[in-house]
Design a protein around this ligand. Structure first.
Ligand code: URA
Length: 241
């Protein structure tokens, strides 16, 4: 933020004291800006300035927020798109914080996507090797044989590197397609689609239903809600949620 604001307002926003009490602190010579005591009322600062009260640096508290979205098809899961397509941020109204998606879902994939402004959380939950389990429901063309299911479970060679073991279950068999529940804990590009394609059963529809123990529940496509701190801790806490 480049906007300047009155010192007492900034102090109040940092949770130091009320504006009035902050004025008193300023007048009493207890506030320094960039190392200099400021007693002048109306002095303005920006977030780039170093403000100390009684020798202690103060900071604006950033409210960390965590959102679960049921991503519909037809949206990119980035904050902007060079091709001008709609982004998942277009679905989130009334949130002023600068949030962004944790990981990606393809344009045509639906389901659970987390958005946050907590960079540390985003980094930890997508860090290779530390990734949370992700559960997908994939409707694939045809009916995979036991051998093909085993290959999906054991790992598929993608870009010269084997995918890690996955859990794969047949959930429903339809006349021309099969519904599979697939749990992976990697996040390679288009991983589920490419794994299914590699065994000869391209994905017709793909939905992410859970990340760790956090499940999409009955959120409709396009709907979102805030996560509770308990849910955030669950995802942050353990590799498998
Ligand atoms: N795997 C895919 O192929 N696509 C996704 O969006 C997520 C996982």
């Amino acid at each position: 933020m480049d906007n300047k604001m009155r010192l007492q307002k900034y102090m109040a926003q940092c949770g130091v004291a009320s504006r009035r009490h902050s004025e008193e602190l300023i007048q009493a010579g207890r506030v320094k800006v960039n190392g200099e005591i400021v007693t002048k009322m109306g002095f303005c600062v920006s977030e780039q300035d170093r403000v100390e009260v009684d020798g202690k640096l103060i900071k604006k508290e950033e409210k960390l927020i965590y959102i679960m979205l049921n991503k519909p098809t037809g949206y990119v899961s980035t904050v902007s798109d060079p091709e001008g397509r709609k982004t998942v941020l277009d679905l989130i109204d009334g949130v002023n914080e600068r949030i962004y998606p944790v990981g990606r879902l393809d344009y045509d994939t639906t389901g659970l996507l987390i958005l946050t402004n907590d960079g540390d959380f985003a980094f930890k939950s997508t860090h290779p090797g530390q990734e949370t389990q992700k559960t997908y429901m994939a409707e694939v063309m045809g009916m995979p044989s036991n051998k093909e299911l085993k290959a999906l479970r054991n790992g598929i060679m993608l870009d010269g590197k084997q995918t890690a073991p996955a859990q794969v279950e047949v959930v429903d068999i339809k006349p021309e397609s099969t519904e599979l529940k697939i749990i992976i804990h990697e996040g390679r590009n288009r991983q589920v689609r490419r794994m299914c394609e590699a065994v000869g059963h391209p994905v017709l529809q793909l939905k992410r239903t859970a990340v760790g123990r956090l499940a999409l529940g009955d959120l409709k496509p396009g709907e979102w809600r805030y996560l509770s701190m308990k849910e955030v801790k669950q995802i942050r806490g353990k590799k498998n949620g």
